[in-house]
Write a protein of this length. Structure first.
Length: 475
């Protein structure tokens, strides 16, 4: 298969897989995550005149707010749900482009191994966790792979490579520990002058994106981006429970039930060990090191969510591609490995799509109809507000209620921590005081103290059940 045709095929497989997850989840009314609503909600509020770190809490660098600002404007022109759908399509395209970059990087050594690596990433459960909706890992992976793919002998390409790393670092702090490895790779490939150009470009992009926030809300930016994140309480769930998500299959229900956490972790560890064979390749060495560093970043964090594993998926896919090229496994066993690989990939995708149906039960149309003309609506999460087209409501609640808990000195995200946070209870009551209606998902009330729950019941005695969602109104 020619390089261009193979690249198109990889992109199509990756894009179709990601879009399928969005459609199964419900399309325009899907509630797929909490974080995606926070990121798009921040862009909607920023394009409406509110400033992150000053007018609302935001615990990440501002890169994602800039990137999503066109979709924030789209929400003002059309609606919140359509803006979210457009953003998810864009993220799916970005993830598919990352898969193509992975193919192109490995194709420098072996096109068959490159095709495997590209498809490996395209259907990887770990990658899908970070690219099925608007998540930061999609940006990080594109910047990480793109920075080394576009690195070239000309100053223009060195600036582009550094600028991508700067954009990634200004989007999520995960990229900061990886930057020295990338700088080492630039220095080894292109020399000291190129490394200096690359560093200057990366630094300039970070300054340009971060400086406005520092000027407008210096203490807010430092406290929220660094203080809240680094001050999170550490919740250790064991190595196996984290490593299992690094598995290519990510524990689809049929496999997870058979192998258990230990078995899935063993598969994830086996993939990492195989990726280390890339150390034998001059071109693959940096990708093996990047796999180790990104794994260390994810494993050492105070908390772990499944989409964090997506940050490992990109360098690992490249490293596995170079490992295959180095060992020539595909060349030796092509007739056996190709049908087996296709069968396993089909099973993983089917299991992942089946698992995705669990997030498709939010009755967005029914809730929107029940709300009628009510505009002053409270929801606990921005994702819910966006799904019912109320993120631009004058009574929208806190953009990120978890950030409110972080501001109180918490960080584990447990129900008990919400209940113990006096600041969260006060903020909830203040938001509810302004609202004429409220949308409650199962579990929302569990975060309230008895006093908050009683105050809510007094304010909103009229209750309508839509599926498992409560639509509550004032008398």
């Amino acid at each position: 298969m020619r390089t261009r045709a193979a690249a198109v095929a990889v992109w199509a497989v990756a894009f179709a897989t990601r879009i399928a997850l969005v459609l199964i989840a419900g399309g325009t009314g899907a509630v797929m995550e909490n974080d995606d609503g926070v990121y798009l909600g921040a862009a909607i509020r920023a394009t409406g005149g509110d400033l992150p770190y000053h007018d609302f809490l935001f615990v990440h660098p501002p890169g994602i707010v800039y990137l999503l600002s066109p979709f924030g404007l789209l929400a003002h022109v059309t609606s919140d749900p359509w803006a979210m759908l457009a953003a998810r399509v864009a993220v799916a395209a970005l993830g598919a482009s990352t898969a193509v970059l992975i193919y192109l990087v490995v194709a420098q050594a072996d096109r068959r191994a490159a095709l495997f690596a590209g498809v490996f990433y395209a259907v990887s459960s770990a990658a899908l966790a970070g690219e099925r909706t608007v998540m930061l890992e999609a940006v990080l992976n594109f910047c990480l792979v793109g920075s080394l793919w576009w690195l070239g002998p000309t100053r223009r390409r060195q600036v582009l490579s550094g600028a991508l790393v700067g954009l990634g670092a200004a989007t999520k702090l995960f990229l900061l520990p990886v930057a020295p490895v990338l700088l080492w790779a630039v220095w080894r490939r292109r020399g000291t002058r190129a490394a200096m150009t690359w560093t200057a470009a990366a630094s300039l992009v970070v300054v340009v994106l971060v400086l406005p926030a520092l000027l407008v809300a210096p203490s807010g930016f430092v406290d929220q981006v660094f203080g809240y994140q680094l001050g999170r309480a550490r919740v250790w769930t064991g190595w196996a429970s984290r490593v299992q998500y690094l598995d290519w299959m990510g524990g689809p229900p049929p496999i997870g039930r058979v192998l258990g956490t230990g078995g899935m972790a063993a598969l994830g560890l086996a993939l990492l060990l195989f990726a280390m064979l890339a150390l034998r390749s001059e071109r693959g060495r940096v990708w093996a090191v990047l796999t180790l560093v990104t794994t260390a970043v994810v494993m050492a964090g105070p908390l772990f969510f499944d989409h964090y594993a997506a940050f490992v998926a990109a360098p690992e896919a490249v490293a596995i591609g170079f490992a295959l090229a180095e060992t020539r496994l595909l060349a030796r066993h092509l007739r056996v490995l190709v049908p087996v690989g296709l069968a396993v990939a089909a099973f993983v995708v089917a299991a992942g799509l089946r698992q995705a149906t669990s997030v498709s039960d939010f009755p967005a149309d029914g809730v929107t109809a029940a709300l009628g003309d009510e505009q002053c609506v409270w929801t606990r999460t921005a994702s819910t507000a966006i799904a019912v087209d109320r993120e631009q409501s004058p009574c929208a609640g806190s953009l990120d209620d978890y950030a409110t808990v972080l501001a109180s000195g918490g960080g584990t995200g447990t129900i008990e921590e919400y209940r113990l946070s006096a600041a969260y209870q006060r903020q909830t009551l203040a938001d509810l005081d302004r609202a004429d209606a409220a949308v409650l998902l199962p579990g929302d009330r569990e975060r309230w103290t008895d006093a908050t729950a009683s105050a809510f019941d007094e304010r909103f005695p009229s209750v309508e059940l839509v599926g498992q969602v409560l639509v509550c109104r004032r008398p």
